[in-house]
Unconditional design. Structure first.
Length: 256
C-alpha cells in the first residue's frame, strides 16, 4: 500500500512541476526585447521580441503569442487599425511556438475557398523583422514584410532535426505593406528542414498570399516533406490582377 501511495505522490508531483504552455499577448509595437513582462494586467509591457524571448525560455510545451495592441500605440494607424511591429534583423524562435496575427482586434481570416478565386483576409499586424524558426510551430495571420532584413526574406524555417512535428504557415501575406512603405521580398519563405512543412491548407483560413516576392518558396528540404495547398502565387488578393506582383517562383533543392 505504501508503494502505491508513493508512486501516486511522485506522479502528482511530476504533474505539478510539469511545464505549462503559456499565451503571451503582445500589446506594443516596440522592438525592445526587454519589454517582456507580458502581464495581461499591465499595459505596453509585452513586445513581440519580448514574448518570443519568454517562449524560448520554456521547454517541452507549445506556447502561443496573441496580439492585443491598442490603436493608440505610436506604431498603429488610429482609424484603420493596423499596427507595424518595429525592428531589424531576425527574431529567432528556438522553441515550439504559435504566432497568431488574426487575434489582433479587427483582423479576420480568409473565407474564400481556393476554387473560388481570391482572398478576403483582413490583416492588422505587419512584422518588419524577419522571423527565423529553428523549431516546429505555426505562423498565422501576419503581413510578413521583411523590411527589417533589407527585404531579403521575412520567414525562414531552419530545423536540422528529424521530427514528425509540422511547421505550418497559414493565412499570411508575404512582402506586403499595410503602412504603404517598401514592398517586395527576394525570397518569401525559405525552408531548410528535414521535418514536415505545410504552407497553406485545405481550409480557406489557411491560404497564404505570395504576390510581392521574387521567389515565393525556396525549398531546401528533403523530398516529400513540403506540402503546399490553396495559396495565391503571383497575383493580388483579388485573384485576378498581377499589378505590383513579382514572379513568385518556387526554387527546389535538397538540404543535406
Amino acid at each position: 500500500m505504501s508503494i502505491v501511495r508513493s508512486a501516486g505522490l511522485l506522479a502528482a508531483l511530476a504533474c505539478a512541476h510539469a511545464a505549462q504552455a503559456a499565451t503571451y499577448r503582445v500589446d506594443t509595437t516596440s522592438a525592445d526585447v526587454g519589454v517582456s513582462g507580458c502581464d495581461d494586467a499591465t499595459a505596453s509591457d509585452c513586445s513581440l521580441a519580448g514574448a518570443i524571448a519568454k517562449a524560448n525560455a520554456s521547454n517541452g510545451v507549445i506556447d502561443t503569442i496573441h496580439f492585443q495592441i491598442p490603436t493608440s500605440d505610436p506604431g498603429c494607424h488610429a482609424t484603420q487599425g493596423w499596427c507595424v511591429i518595429a525592428g531589424s534583423g531576425d527574431l529567432i524562435v528556438n522553441e515550439a511556438l504559435t504566432i497568431d496575427g488574426f487575434t489582433q482586434p479587427g483582423a479576420s481570416a480568409n473565407t474564400i475557398a481556393a476554387n473560388a478565386g481570391g482572398l478576403d483576409a483582413v490583416h492588422k499586424i505587419q512584422v518588419n523583422p524577419a522571423l527565423r524558426f529553428t523549431a516546429p510551430g505555426t505562423v498565422r495571420g501576419l503581413v510578413l514584410n521583411g523590411r527589417g532584413n533589407n527585404q531579403v526574406y521575412p520567414l525562414l524555417y531552419a530545423n536540422p532535426n528529424l521530427t514528425t512535428d509540422e511547421f505550418r504557415v497559414e493565412g499570411n501575406a508575404f512582402g506586403e505593406a499595410l503602412d504603404g512603405g517598401p514592398q517586395m521580398v527576394t525570397w518569401a519563405l525559405v525552408v531548410q528542414s528535414r521535418s514536415p512543412v505545410r504552407v497553406g491548407g485545405l481550409q480557406p483560413a489557411a491560404r497564404n498570399l505570395f504576390c510581392k516576392a521574387g521567389a515565393a518558396l525556396v525549398n531546401h528540404t528533403n523530398s516529400g516533406k513540403l506540402k503546399v495547398y490553396g495559396n495565391l502565387f503571383g497575383v493580388n488578393a483579388d485573384g485576378n490582377t498581377m499589378t505590383g506582383c513579382g514572379p513568385a517562383e518556387a526554387i527546389d533543392g535538397n538540404w543535406p
